[in-house]
Design a protein around this ligand. Structure first.
Ligand SMILES: C[S@@+](CC[C@H](N)C(=O)[O-])C[C@H]1O[C@@H](n2cnc3c(N)ncnc32)[C@H](O)[C@@H]1O
Length: 264
């Protein structure tokens, strides 16, 4: 007599990096190549540059919880599932949506192994294009007030700028959120001088990449969209005169203990 053994699949939440194949880790590429099913926001599935015959389950970017549950169900049914995020899957992306589903339904997917495989986040990719602006303490803040209230965002911007962090901004603006980026610059500007270096990167690592070093005073808010990430320097971030873009900005590792680095 043979006993039927239920086939159990597995699930990985992966980050494919900001776009170019060379910035997708070998671990992520291997997992995508062996997957039976790819799940994700359709735009990100279209960016997968790894050769694969996996079945694609694309969806709108506003259905994260539903997508996470559907991916877990597929894995529970024996499929080898990869949930695709851009950049790193743990940064404003699908890893927390998947783990939240596990938390919300105790026991439901206990038998499904779940891995999170890291990727190159947009801020790190953008920083690399100009040198080392993230060389000292930094934080990342999403300006999207779809999932959190604007007053929380404004308090965090104020606190981060007041504490002299380098600040990387994600989700800076969209058609439905037209004023938030301009307001964010005003809040940060209360703690920084107008000549503070800013790095603006659109489609970093993709064929239409555009990266610019500007200042808090000269940044054109009209040039910013959802495919843009922004890094705003701290009081110690510097532009090296005469250097090519790729090695032109840095934040020193040290901090002058005698200076106040006045932030209001
Ligand atoms: C939902 S978040 C996803 C972040 C992603 N998980 C990461 O780690 O990069 C989307 C935001 O990331 C930033 N972003 C992602 N890819 C980018 C790229 N190639 N160039 C510039 N910004 C990018 C933009 O600010 C965009 O609005």
């Amino acid at each position: 007599m043979t006993t039927a053994i239920a086939k159990v699949g597995r699930l990985a939440v992966v980050g494919i990096g900001p776009g170019r194949l060379g910035w997708c880790t070998p671990e992520v590429a291997d997992r995508i190549a062996s997957a039976t099913d790819l799940v994700g926001y359709t735009t990100y599935l279209d960016l997968v540059a790894v050769a694969t015959d996996a079945r694609r389950h694309g969806s709108d970017n506003r259905v994260e919880a539903k997508r996470a549950a559907a991916a877990l169900d597929l894995a529970a049914a024996g499929r080898d599932v990869v949930v695709v995020s851009s950049g790193d899957p743990g940064v404003f992306a699908m890893a927390s949506a998947v783990v939240e589903q596990l938390d919300r339904s105790p026991g439901k997917w206990d038998h499904v192994p779940v891995d999170v495989l890291p990727g190159v986040s947009a801020a790190h990719a953008l920083a690399s294009r100009v040198g080392a602006p993230l060389g000292h303490d930094f934080c990342t803040i999403s300006l999207s007030d779809v999932l959190k209230p604007w007053d929380v965002i404004e308090r965090r911007l104020d606190a981060a700028a007041g504490a002299d962090f380098v600040i990387a901004l994600y989700n800076p603006t969209s058609r439905h959120r037209p004023w938030q980026f301009g307001r964010a610059l005003e809040v940060i500007g209360e703690h920084r001088t107008p000549d503070t270096p800013m790095i603006v990167g659109r489609d970093v690592g993709r064929p239409d990449e555009h990266v610019q070093v500007v200042t808090l005073a000269t940044c054109e808010t009209a040039a910013i969209d959802m495919r843009t990430a922004v890094i705003i320097g701290s009081s110690t971030t510097r532009v090296v005169p005469g250097r090519p873009l790729a090695s032109s900005v840095y934040t020193p590792r040290w901090y002058d203990r005698s200076a106040t680095h006045a932030t209001a």
